[in-house]
Ligand binder design. Structure first.
Ligand code: UD1
Length: 361
């Protein structure tokens, strides 16, 4: 059995890592195809090093561009490779342009698609990811839903593939790498604060919309606690373009380069709580090794389980609302009672590969 594993961005590298490690352990025949949608060392190569992954078998140099161009270039590149290696299954993860291109390339060659992290929905059509995941879910043969909620969504949409509840591989990765992060990360050396809130902002609907970006800057500038802000290159570019970056140069905000995986785990462990628009961080924060609360800077979340289990609150981006909700709740959420993660127990990769082995033999 030959497996093609498609990756392109930082979260795909993290969430496919447990699959790659498990395939290696089981001595399976697999190929890693990297579109290089993310090409900066801090968003790509650093993660291969931190997660101890072998280099990709194929790299496509797709890079940045409009959504159509990026998806199209990835589709053309991936198709050529799939024709060459003829895999029995193509695995894609999540909702990026890379994942959509990988799934499309496969289905057009009649190769079954396995969609890892299937069934997430925000119902927010401003998000490119919402289009991507809906399309991927409806062309996949095997859908690996992290939670019961995701399973129900997929059943409600009458997807034609088979759906399995597996947990999310992000928890596998946290558990595997957490201790290594505490030993190896040296991020503390550059931190100005002992007590801080971890803050990340990168969603297109937040930073490509000037009003939302200005609102976010206002929130950060008036935030009641110290903020450590590892900055995505695109967020930095947009803040510079609109002359907003200087506003963030205040004593309670520390901007740092994009954090590598081990550094991010260290920051998650040592922060008081999180302020973010990231999907992955909403999941990672629920891992028992972190058990942290996330204030979500989005109108809607596709990680509803985190909200239901008391790990997250969706606040939108209107400064007055966000700041008053944070002020009202922050003391209550600093020491969360320990509870299991709604995203599984760290065995998602094994469950996914076992299904594939059973189905394809
Ligand atoms: C992509 C995913 C998003 C995911 C995120 C993780 C899509 C539609 N979006 O968003 O779901 O949460 O990755 O980070 O696929 N850039 C760099 N260096 C890089 C890559 C990008 O500077 O290595 C800059 C470029 O200006 C680029 C912009 O970031 O145009 C956006 O990059 P892109 O990969 O298109 O989307 P992300 O916002 O990273």
């Amino acid at each position: 059995m030959k497996i093609a594993i498609i990756i392109g961005t930082r979260p795909e590298i993290i969430k496919m890592a447990p699959i790659i490690h498990f395939c290696t352990k089981e001595n399976l025949n697999f190929y890693i195809i990297h579109t290089e949608q993310h090409y900066d060392k801090g968003l790509s190569e650093q993660f291969f090093d931190d997660l101890n992954l072998r280099k990709p078998d194929y790299s496509l140099n797709v890079g940045s561009g409009t959504h159509g161009m990026q998806t199209g270039n990835a589709l053309i590149g991936i198709e050529k490779i799939l024709i060459k290696i003829v895999p029995d299954i193509v695995l894609v993860q999540g909702d990026t342009n890379t994942a959509l291109a990988g799934a499309l390339a496969a289905v057009k060659l009649h190769i079954p698609v396995g969609h890892i992290e299937a069934g997430l929905r925000s119902y927010d059509l401003r998000m490119p990811e919402e289009h991507n995941r809906r399309l991927i879910d409806h062309i996949s043969s095997y859908l690996f839903a992290p939670t019961e909620e995701n399973f129900k969504i997929l059943k409600g949409e009458n997807v034609w593939g088979e759906v399995f509840i597996t947990g999310n591989t992000v928890i596998d990765a946290c558990i595997r790498h957490y201790k290594i992060a505490l030993e190896r990360s040296s991020i503390r050396k550059i931190l100005r604060f002992k007590k801080f809130v971890l803050c990340t902002i990168h969603r297109a609907e937040n930073i490509d919309d000037l009003t939302n970006l200005q609102n976010i800057v206002e929130i950060l500038v008036n935030f009641p606690d110290n903020l450590v802000l590892p900055i995505h290159p695109h967020t930095k570019k947009q803040l510079e373009l609109h002359n907003l970056i200087t506003k963030l140069k205040t004593p309670h905000i520390q901007i740092i380069p994009p954090a590598g995986y081990l550094d991010l785990l260290w920051l998650l462990k040592h922060c008081m709580y999180v302020l973010s628009d990231s999907g992955g961080i909403q999941e990672e924060a629920t891992a028992p090794v972190f058990n942290k609360f996330v204030f979500v800077l989005r109108e809607k979340t596709d990680r509803i389980e985190a909200v239901k289990k008391g790990f997250a609150m969706v606040l939108g981006t209107i400064p007055q609302k966000v700041l008053s909700e944070v002020q009202k709740n922050k003391d209550k959420i600093i020491n969360l009672p320990k509870k299991p993660s709604p995203y599984g127990d760290g065995n998602a990769a094994q469950k996914i590969i076992r299904v594939i082995q059973q189905k394809l033999h």
